[in-house]
Design a protein around this ligand. Structure first.
Ligand code: S3P
Length: 439
């Protein structure tokens, strides 16, 4: 396969981008819609039709729910009831999607039937013990390869009439996927289930379950869910734009000279807006306009104009609020004045690829000697002269966020990306959008 060439953007990026639907909310709208009261429908608009969310749709169909595409970005999901999912006749394929896999483990734990989950090569390398351990404490019977830590994973049927056990679980890491798996299992437990995180991760599960009539209490970084026998999911879910997708334009619009972009309908949930805080700290010219609420989530339009950026220092506390944005923040840091340090980002080593290593290896091809990796972070020395940058051939490692971050970097210096098509995982029209904005 030939590498995709990213040309230098000569006259800035200009235009308006309607930000595609949030990946996290799209997954949850299908999953919860499928467990809605039997026969009740959920109409999802601005649904992200990307490979990851389609994996979730496929899995819910295999479990007996009706999930139909009714127009571009519009899905109709018909519920089978919280306890109405059926034994699938084949393995459930989560593809590349950690969210599909981990949340499904919580949904499938302690059911009366057996299910087996598989995924692609990347997902098969990622750690699943972090979900199996707490679910096993809840009495779920889950087995997997490598001592119950890797795919394929089988969730065994519960003994007749046996419910999942209520627990309080102190999570060793901040992770919305792990938290959500436990909360979703908690829906069917024999008492309230509490999860405590070191720092609060994205709260889309809590919001949508609350909006579906489930009793949820928050106290600091602890969340308690009370079991129920039904979900009453809102009939309409308008998915906000994904701030993790907007992030590429926030950085591209900042670092490419003479740019001005208007990003519309961006989700502004404060568990996700770390990128805005960091870019503002770095001197980015961002204006938040037209703040409103949609689908139970705050949204806004963001105007970004090119600016001279300076280095930043990122520590562990902010990581859950920008965990997926580190690769593109690293691009901003490389083009900023001064040395940026990123600490407490060890979770990046277990994403779709080891993103810390991938950033060190690939960015150093473009800016040799400018990036050092640490055990849980990065040290990035900004380039003072953009003409030093080398139009290298870089690898995406089949990681969508690496590919898009490299494309943003490439728009400054030109480069090529191997396996560039993986943007389909979260932003299928990314390159087309870049071309339109460059004209
Ligand atoms: C997600 C949670 C995050 C994030 C992922 C989506 C979610 O993962 O990286 O892209 O939808 O819950 P972790 O919870 O494992 O950090």
């Amino acid at each position: 396969m030939t590498a995709k060439k990213i040309p230098v953007v000569k006259n800035g990026l200009h235009g308006t981008v309607k930000i595609p639907g949030d990946k996290s909310v799209s997954h949850r709208s299908i999953m919860f819609g499928a467990m809605n009261e039997p026969g009740k429908t959920v109409h999802v608009t601005n649904f992200l039709e990307s490979a990851d969310c389609l994996s979730t749709a496929g899995v819910m169909r295999s479990l007996g729910a009706k999930v139909e595409k009714i127009a571009d970005g519009e899905m109709m999901v018909t519920g089978v009831g919280l306890n109405g999912l059926k034994e699938p006749s084949a393995v459930l394929d989560a593809g590349n999607s950690g969210t599909t896999l981990r949340l499904m483990m919580g949904i499938l734990a302690g059911r009366s039937f057996l299910s087996t989950l598989v995924g692609d090569a990347s997902l098969s390398r990622r750690p699943m013990g972090r979900v199996i351990t707490p679910l096993s404490r809840m009495r779920a019977k889950i087995v997997g390869r490598e001592n119950n830590s890797r795919l394929p994973i089988t969730v065994l049927p519960a003994d007749d009439g046996e419910k999942l056990k209520a627990i309080t679980y102190d999570m060793p890491m901040a992770s919305a996927q792990v938290k959500s798996a436990i909360l979703l299992a908690g829906l069917r437990a024999d008492g309230p289930v509490t999860v405590v995180e070191p720092y609060t991760s994205r709260d889309h599960t809590e919001r949508l379950l609350s909006a579906s009539g489930v009793k949820i209490e928050k106290s600091g970084t602890a969340v308690t869910i009370y079991p129920t026998d039904k979900l009453e999911v809102p009939a309409e879910i308008a998915v906000p734009g994904d701030i993790s997708s907007a992030a590429f334009w926030l950085v591209a619009g900042s670092i490419i000279e003479n740019s001005e972009l208007l990003l519309t309908g961006v989700g502004m949930n404060e568990t996700r807006t770390g990128i805005i805080d960091v870019l503002k700290d770095m001197g980015a010219d961002l204006t938040i306009e037209n703040e409103r609420v949609s689908g139970g989530e705050p949204i806004a339009d963001i105007r970004v104009k090119s600016a001279k950026l300076k280095a930043a220092s990122l520590t562990e506390e902010i990581m859950p609020r920008l965990i997926d944005e580190i690769p593109v923040i690293a691009v901003a840091a490389l083009l900023a004045e001064g040395t940026t340090t990123i600490n407490g980002a060890g979770e990046l080593r277990v994403k779709e690829t080891d993103r810390l290593q991938a950033i060190v290896d690939e960015f150093n091809k473009v800016a040799p000697g400018h990036i050092d990796g640490t055990e849980d972070g990065l040290i990035i020395r900004g380039v003072s002269n953009r003409s030093e940058l080398i139009p290298a051939i870089c690898k995406s490692y089949d990681d969508h966020r690496m590919a898009m971050s490299l494309a943003v970097l490439g728009s400054v210096c030109g480069l090529s990306i191997e396996n560039a098509d993986c943007v389909n995982i979260s932003y299928p029209v990314f390159y087309d959008t870049m071309e339109i904005l460059s004209k």
